[in-house]
Design a protein around this ligand. Sequence first.
Ligand SMILES: [Zn+2]
Length: 159
Amino acid sequence: MRCRDCESHLTDGREAVLGESLKRELAAHLEKCPACRALRDDLKRLRASAPGLAAPPLPAALERRVRAFCHDEIGKLERQTEERRKRPALPAFFWPAFGALVALTAATILPGLKDLFLDGEWTSRTTLALVFVVQNVLTLLFAPVILLRRLDSGSLCRE
Ligand SMILES: [Zn+2]
């Protein structure tokens, strides 16, 4: 569970009616996230200090409309998820482009490695090959970190 989901569950005041698996996820997140724990404690104190300010019951017609709206939204999300699942994970041009990049990388690196290991010389091609390798290693190491930070931006804390 991410912080923004946890905040949403905590602030809507309906933790008691969450399903068992969501309750377990929420408890596990609260166990490890001090920011969300602090939010939960603040909300508890706030609710305890102003018990008369609880929300009035919804009129039945409004509740039916809200439930119907939510049902429609959930249906839309499920259809979108299903469509996304049907789409191929990689675009059609991926493998030809990947093959071309591998060939280009090999063509760039191999002469430099040949200079170093077979001829025993350190040439500018060797330097270029090593720069290429280091650059690719750094990209592979940091791409997941950057992607995860972008996904979780906008919440109060990081997991
Ligand atoms: Zn959190």
